[in-house]
Design a protein around this ligand. Structure first.
Ligand code: PMV
Length: 337
């Protein structure tokens, strides 16, 4: 079986892995929200997906990472100015990723600042691993292509391979055993009027991580065999909706895809249910707004929070119903704060 170390070795052949070309590298990567979800791996070691997926990046919402090499016998990790202890999963995932690189006893200082709640199903690991990969490339002067960085970031967290770009990104599932054809690709379509509303019901760490949840679903849900063809159809339809800027189609396909993903989880054993009571009441409010003629849709990831999809022209109507909602403009170019 091909290991992560094999893939990294082939991508970093002849690259410098232990001498920085600058004192420290600072980068930002946006998080991304899947409109067509990635749920299920065909290869757990390499994070190779069963299906392709499609996301939109959240512009200023994401991860800032500052990376340097330090004179120490261990890596030092900061998250939002707090040093993260070595016994945490957060620290261990980062170090496991850094250990894939032939770094010859060199240790890193990783200072990350996230503008999104960590591990609340808002894809913070996606922007985190995309930023770490980009920072390594800059610090060590690799000059890899974005495609190669996407493959590397995928080894940290699958959805990270879509966070190398702003806007709509499709992750091609690929067929190769080593995953060299499984990476993100930006779609050349902007939709400046599109809005994503973030509704955070809980910032607590999810009770079950996406890795275990995906595997349990793949192995036990009687609905999972239906998932790949649902995704294939949804991908074709949503790309048409994006090209033609048909918002109702985009919203319907994204919401239906998210509900189908959660249906596979609810029918897994043991069952997986990420929703809180607020998640369900908000879904019902969204459906009632639609019955009143307001085009608003939701999507949900591996957590209780919902992301609403709507257009600029309906912002006031929707913000009145959800005053606590944070509104993201995925296609408005602004420097990340
Ligand atoms: O990349 P992971 O392991 O964080 O999984 C992400 C899974 C979902 O967010 C539920 C779907 C997706 O495509 O982002």
């Amino acid at each position: 079986m091909i290991s992560k170390v094999d893939v990294v070795a082939s991508l970093l052949k002849d690259k410098n892995c232990d001498t920085p070309v600058m004192p420290s590298a600072s980068v930002f990567s946006p998080t991304n929200i899947a409109l067509i979800k990635y749920w299920g791996k065909r290869n757990q070691e390499l994070n190779l997906p069963v299906t392709s997926s499609l996301s939109v990046s959240l512009n200023q919402k994401g991860t800032f990472t500052e990376l340097s090499i330090i004179d120490s016998d261990h890596d030092v990790v900061y998250l939002n100015d707090n040093e993260i202890t070595e016994d945490t999963e957060f620290y261990q995932r980062i170090v496991a990723f850094l250990n894939l690189i032939p770094r010859r006893n060199k240790f890193f200082m990783i200072k990350t600042r996230s503008t999104i709640p960590t591990a609340a199903g808002l894809a913070s690991s996606a922007s985190g691993f995309a930023a770490l990969t980009t920072a390594l490339d800059k610090l060590l002067g690799w000059k890899l292509t974005l495609t190669e960085l996407s493959i590397l970031a995928r080894l940290g967290s699958g959805s990270a391979c879509r966070s190398l770009w702003h806007g709509f990104v499709e992750w091609q599932e690929g067929k190769d055993e080593d995953g060299m054809d499984s990476y993100g690709q930006p779609l050349p379509y902007a939709w400046p009027e599109l809005r994503v509303g973030l509704l955070i019901f809980s910032e607590q760490t999810k009770p079950i991580g996406s890795r275990v949840a995906m595997q349990t679903t793949v192995e036990t849900s009687p609905f999972y065999p239906l998932w790949p063809s649902k995704v294939a159809n949804d991908l074709v339809s949503i790309k048409k909706a994006i090209v033609a800027k048909q918002f109702d189609n985009l919203g319907f396909i994204a919401e239906s895809n998210a509900l189908a993903m959660h249906a596979t989880m609810l029918t897994a054993w043991p069952p997986i249910n990420y929703s809180l009571p607020e998640t369900l009441t908000t879904m019902k409010t969204v459906w009632s707004l639609r019955r009143d003629g307001i085009p608003v849709y939701f999507t949900q990831d591996a957590g209780p929070n919902l992301k609403l999809l709507f257009l600029e022209e309906n912002t006031n109507d929707i913000a009145r119903v959800f005053p606590e909602m944070e509104i993201v403009e995925p296609f408005t170019r602004r420097p990340a704060a």
